[in-house]
Design a protein. Structure first.
Length: 407
């Protein structure tokens, strides 16, 4: 074969190969080019539509666009706030329901007292369409029979007389409201709240005559404190009655509180001293000391209770933080005398009024606060442990002055 023929064959082969690879390359590039052309065509198709829209509508759409873009974030925040608000509302509703149940129980407990003299006062005002000075004599009689006390009665009647003279009482509702407001002021004794966490151990001395409910009150207080997670020790300082120690031990088991006791007839002061000393060593939060029930008219017995108080101070410098006098509301005016004697002997700084649910003489609490300026710390309105309530002036006055038609 000649050289010319070989060159021709090689040239043809090269040409065929070039043509083959050129076609193959074209086929492989076509899929990528086609989408690009379609994507470029889409804006071209939409452009006329946008261009055809009026300028005003375009500006409106443009104004709406930013909120639309931020909408997911905006929806999330209000959503969270709505949930928080709903949770807060539910908590407030639950709180209101609990307070209403508490008030209802308090209203029931104060029903005898309310029916005893508050209802009479309310009826007195209702009967008098026009209030006049003749009303004051009837009001005075009603307050005195409710054991409010002479001094407190004079204050309340004097207040009403002044308001009548100034023509400030247009109707019975105004008179009833004035009396209610003044009672609230009297009961709002300015005194620091009990804070059992302010010192360790926080010491409470409980005093009172026989039969007022001291040991039961101590047991209920211990239960309240242990329910709060506090460690409590009870000092069985009533060593003259074995039954008192046994009763305190029963309450100690119920409240999961330790009871420090001694043999019957032992020195009460030593028992209380040992209880405070033990509490300091073991990190106890609260010590509640029981004392023997004693007649406030018996001087030697009152001297002994003074000794218990002095020994408590020796055991712990700040003790006793509280000296609570337990009073039986059914005793009426006699309760005022008890306060005077115990206040002088052991510097009482808090009152517990028991058996309010069983007497119409609950008005004595007003006279005690007015004459002695001692705050009421707790009130008992039943036998259950929850029926020993912290005294809250607003709730008490609301329950006490509840008018029958408002039920």
């Amino acid at each position: 074969m000649s050289t010319t023929v070989v060159l021709v064959i090689v040239a043809v082969a090269v040409a065929v190969a070039v043509a083959f690879f050129a076609r193959r390359r074209k086929k492989t590039e076509e899929p990528t080019v086609a989408p690009e052309r379609k994507e470029e065509a889409q804006p071209a198709e939409k452009a006329p539509a946008s261009a055809a829209a009026p300028a005003q509508e375009v500006s409106k759409e443009a104004a709406k666009e930013p909120p639309a873009k931020e909408e997911p974030k905006g929806e999330a925040a209000p959503g969270v706030r709505s949930e928080d608000a709903a949770e807060k509302a539910a908590a407030e509703e639950l709180k209101a329901e609990r307070r209403e149940r508490k008030l209802q129980r308090l209203r029931q407990g104060l029903a005898p007292t309310r029916g005893g003299f508050i209802a009479k006062i309310g009826a007195l005002f209702q009967e008098k369409k026009e209030l006049d000075p003749g009303l004051l004599g009837q009001l005075e009689e009603t307050l005195l029979t409710a054991d409010v006390g002479a001094r407190t009665t004079d204050r309340l009647v004097g207040l009403m007389r002044g308001a009548l003279d100034r023509h400030e009482l247009g109707d019975s509702d105004a008179a009833f409201g004035l009396l209610r407001g003044e009672v609230k002021k009297i009961l709002s004794v300015d005194a620091p709240e009990i804070n059992v966490k302010s010192d360790r151990p926080y010491t409470i001395m409980v005093v009172g005559v026989n039969g007022v409910g001291k040991t039961t009150t101590i047991g209920k207080l211990a239960t309240k404190f242990t329910d709060q997670g506090l460690k409590v020790v009870l000092a069985a300082g009533d060593t003259f009655r074995a039954a008192a120690v046994n009763q305190l031990e029963i309450w100690g088991r119920r409240a999961n509180a330790e009871v420090v006791k001694a043999k019957e007839g032992s020195d009460p002061s030593s028992v209380v001293f040992d209880a405070i000393k033990q509490a300091k060593e073991t990190g106890v939060d609260v010590v509640i000391a029981d004392t023997a029930g004693r007649l406030h008219t018996k001087v030697p017995l009152m001297e002994e209770i003074k000794k218990v108080r002095r020994v408590m101070t020796k055991a712990h410098e700040a003790a006793p933080h509280q000296v609570l006098l337990v009073l039986d509301a059914t005793t009426g005016q006699n309760a005022l005398q008890q306060v005077a004697m115990f206040k002088e002997a052991v510097d009482v700084n808090g009152l517990v009024l028991t058996k309010l649910d069983g007497t119409a003489k609950g008005g004595v609490i007003i006279g005690i606060c007015h004459e002695h300026g001692i705050p009421v710390r707790y009130v008992g309105i039943g036998e259950a442990k929850d029926d020993l309530r912290e005294f809250e002036v607003e709730d008490f006055v609301e329950a006490l002055f509840l008018r029958e038609e408002a039920k």
